[in-house]
Design a protein around this ligand. Structure first.
Ligand code: PLP
Length: 389
């Protein structure tokens, strides 16, 4: 079968592939521990469920405007004021089928074939393929000092006349690193001085630990949102444990949002009305569930760190946020895919190979599951590694 060049250039998602293997093993009765997950285990906020149920009860679940319901846009405007300290208007907002679609449509709106899009390593698995889907070239930038924290000089060195955009995700999937305020300030100013788009993927911004506060890109620009090339991405998946609702959003200049709305209108139309209604409930209701989730994750992180530090010869960097720890296992095995396969086969523990995030020798270990999974999973990893080679 002949498929398109773009389709042929894409790789299968490493996470989805491992999930499928783990599900097949579980179906055979194997006690698989999943430390590869990408979603919190808590329930969606009651307000979200009630809000969606009320719409469902009317029996009238219709198309919405392609860029989202007015009431959801108002809720996102309020969210932007609360967490980004920025006054925007509904016309600066587009709701999408997850943050993933908001990023994809944002890229399609600004990137031409042949352009380059830069992002720091390690990066979220989907970034390179999203850029390729636009016919553009992904340019991963590895911090020169080997840390998980990019510096402006790293980005500057890789900037070329065809660079069109920079994508930043902080706190970061997979490292959990929260980029410094200084870096955020530098990158905002750099992109402004070079006329580059800056896509800020803030999907984990409220899931931060050790009394850190979310860092907002808008704090470091004096430009009005309509004069700015900043695209702020967020959504309900992680902070409200609403992954299955598929609801995210973008905030950007009115002109860009208008174009993004046209693209989305042709691709999928607006996100599901039920999910939009649920998101209104989540954003407008009590926020204590987010704090509860954040505190649980911080505790889980502390347990995981303690356990990992008990495994000889692994290098652990403390995550500042998210629910991922990106652990250096290169003492045992430089090929992360091989090591992840070994741990699944020998220890029945799912981890995600670092190569999927642009950095081999590492495994991403999630701490969004139960404490029991974390302790038993790390025990199994420790025992299996003791026999490795
Ligand atoms: C960094 C990052 N951005 C975006 C997303 C997509 O989120 P959503 O479920 O809203 O599409 C994820 C999900 O794993 C993520 O880790």
């Amino acid at each position: 079968m002949k498929i398109s060049k773009v389709a042929g250039s894409l790789g299968e998602s490493a996470t989805l592939k491992l999930n499928a293997t783990a599900a097949a093993l579980r179906a055979q009765g194997e006690a698989v521990i999943h430390l590869g997950g990408g979603e919190p285990k808590s329930k969606a906020p009651v307000g979200a469920l009630m809000s969606a149920a009320a719409l469902l009860n009317t029996g009238e679940v219709r198309y919405t405007p392609a860029s989202g319901m007015p009431a959801l846009k108002e809720a996102i405007v309020a969210y932007t004021r609360e967490y980004y300290h920025r006054d925007v208007e509904p016309r600066n907002v587009m709701a999408s089928g997850g943050a993933k679609q908001a990023i994809m449509v944002g890229l399609q709106a600004v990137v031409d074939p042949g352009d380059e899009v830069m992002f720091p390593v390690p990066y979220w698995v989907s970034y390179p393929d999203m850029v390729r889907l636009c016919g553009a070239t992904p340019v991963p930038v590895r911090p020169a000092d080997g840390s998980f924290h990019p510096r402006l000089s790293d980005i500057e060195q890789k900037t070329t006349p065809t660079t069109k955009a920079v994508m930043i995700n902080s706190p970061n999937n997979p490292s959990g690193a929260m980029y410094s305020e200084e870096f955020i300030k530098d990158i905002v100013r750099f992109c402004e001085s070079r006329d580059l788009y800056l896509i800020m993927d803030d999907i984990y911004h409220r899931l931060v630990f050790d009394e850190c506060r979310p860092i907002s890109c808008y704090d470091h620009t004096s430009r009005h949102v309509d004069e700015s090339k900043l695209i702020a991405i967020n959504g309900v998946s992680k902070q409200y444990a609403m992954t299955g609702f598929r609801l995210g959003w973008a905030v950007a200049s009115k002109e860009l949002i208008r174009v993004m709305g046209i693209i989305q209108g042709h691709q999928t139309s607006g996100p599901s009305a039920l999910s939009q209604q649920a998101a209104i409930g989540a954003l407008s209701g009590p926020q204590d569930g987010v704090e509860g989730l954040r505190a649980t994750l911080e505790n889980n992180r502390n347990v995981l760190l303690e356990r990992l530090r008990g495994i000889p010869n692994v290098k652990v960097t403390k995550p500042d946020g998210t629910f991922y720890c990106f652990v250096d296992f290169s003492y045992y095995e430089a090929d992360s895919a091989k090591l992840a396969r070994f741990l699944l086969e020998q220890a029945r523990v799912v981890t995600i190979p670092g190569i999927a995030f642009g950095l081999d020798g590492h495994l991403r270990i999630s701490f969004c599951g139960s404490i029991r999974d974390i302790t038993e999973g790390t025990d199994r990893i420790k025992s299996a590694l003791a026999t490795y080679r």
